[in-house]
Every structure is written in C-alpha cells, then in structure tokens.
Design a protein. Structure first.
Length: 275
C-alpha cells in the first residue's frame, strides 16, 4: 500500500500500482457537523425507525465524529449519517397514496437531492469501534435505486465496507443486491479478525473498479470479489444501530445490560479516483 498525505491529518493507505486523486472528504474538523455533506437517516423501509435519532452525532473538536449510544428511560438510540437517500428513507406521506391502493408507495419515490454520489474509486474511513455489546456500526455504500430492477449493474449494490457486530475484534464485508424482498441476494466475507492498534483506530477501505472489488483493513487485503459490480453512482453511510428493535419494541437482552456512554468514533472519510 502507498501513503497519501493530507496536511494536518493522518495519512491514507491506498493500493499500489495506481495514481490517486482525493475528490471528496470529511476530516470532521471544527465543532459542528457539515450539513452540506451529511444528513440523518431516520427511516427504514419507509417507516420512522424507533431508535434512529439526530441527537447522537457530534464533533469532538479534535477532528473526530462521535456517534454515541444514548439511553432514555430504558430505551436506546443512536445515529445514522448519509450523503444521499433511497426509497427506504421516504415515509408514505399524506396525499401520496399509490394508484392502486391507499397504502402503497412506489419505491422510486420523491427524494431529496444527494449531497454526494460517486462511482468507482477508493473509499476509506478511519474509525475506532465501540466497546459495549448490543449495538453495531458500519461504513457502507448504497444505491439510490437499489432493487429498481433485477440487474445490479444498473440498480446498484449495497457494499458494506465494514460491519462490526461483536466486541471481539471481528468485522465483516457484505454485499446485497436485487432489493430486499424475495429476490434479495447476499454474499459476505465471513468474520475477519483485526489486530489491535496503539490508538484503537483502524483504516477500512474498498477499491471499487468496473471489473470487481477489493477490500482492505489497515492496509492489508481482506476480501476480493468479481461481482456483481454496480455501475451506478452510490452514496456513503456511517451508521450505528441498536439491536432488538427490528423484531420488538425494546432492546435486546444484550443491549439492555450495557453501560453508557459508549461511542463509534470516525477520524475521517475520504474518496479517491484513479488518475
């Protein structure tokens, strides 16, 4: 891997054999989240999610984004950030009833203009994983039109660059395509054990090319995949989620026993193009 220097910040580690240009980044400097780059994801499958909040994300003034686990009266909340959106983020609104029924919202519904979409290149985040069990973190790419047809090259692929469900130093990479119904398809790397670092931060990266994908953790290749390859521009997400609420109205037993505060910390997110 080759180092890419960003003045005043930690270097990136990029694949050898290519020349790179930084085209988008957030170093999380200052004291306020840049609303021109990120919005809060509050809905899932067109419904307001019980635990997604806009209160759990803040900059610490030292160049880090902090996504915190929040507990209120026995319920837990955390934040999800994104640079675009798709049909899952838009609730069915009054006056938007579908043509055939009163409860149907066409998946390709009205969307807010994206803050950032991109196709191909190298995507990197430097993160420090959370310490308490019962909630998970992720850095991923999503398509605005995923599942709009059964051709993932056109409709896009969910690319999970890093998902962390456990507190034992394991992460995984995952791909999802053809929507999230009966035709949904998935492939994953399986568990990847990461090594401890002196400051607890790790680099998670994806090289997305027209002919495949290569994943990296701390400069080491961890997974290579030929396809299916998305050829559509996609948006970035930094997310956390509390376990238990997809299946019930309360936290999982594991989450109910955690000690707050706890946080998922992100030092930077960068996107590079080959030149």
């Amino acid at each position: 891997m080759q180092s890419f220097h960003v003045e005043g910040h930690k270097d990136s580690l990029l694949p050898e054999g290519f020349s790179w240009k930084l085209i988008w980044s957030d170093e999380f400097d200052g004291t306020e989240l840049n609303a021109a780059k990120w919005s809060f994801r509050l809905h899932l499958m067109q419904k307001r999610h019980k635990t997604f909040t806009d209160e759990g994300a803040a900059l610490d003034g030292r160049g880090n984004l902090v996504l915190s686990l929040i507990e209120k009266d026995g319920q837990y909340y955390s934040s999800q950030l994104q640079t675009g959106e798709n049909f899952m983020d838009r609730p069915v609104e009054s006056g938007e009833e579908g043509f055939y029924t009163n409860n149907f919202s066409w998946p390709l519904c009205r969307q807010e203009p994206p803050r950032f979409l991109h196709r191909y290149g190298y995507y990197e985040a430097r993160c420090k994983l959370q310490e308490q069990p019962g909630w998970w973190s992720a850095f991923w790419l999503q398509s605005p039109i995923i599942g709009s047809c059964m051709e993932p090259g056109i409709a896009g692929v969910e690319m999970d660059i890093m998902e962390n469900f456990t507190r034992d130093g394991r992460i995984s990479h995952n791909h999802h395509w053809n929507g999230y119904g009966v035709q949904h398809e998935h492939i994953g790397s399986g568990d990847i054990k990461i090594q401890e670092t002196p400051d607890g931060f790790h680099l998670f990266g994806l090289h997305w090319r027209p002919d495949g994908y290569t994943y990296y953790v701390d400069g080491q290749e961890t997974w290579r995949l030929d396809g299916p390859v998305s050829h559509t521009p996609q948006f970035l997400l930094l997310t956390t989620e509390c376990s238990g609420y997809r299946d019930s109205d309360g936290p999982s037993e594991e989450l109910a026993g955690v000690h707050v505060p706890d946080s998922f910390v992100v030092d930077h997110v960068r996107v590079f193009d080959e030149i």
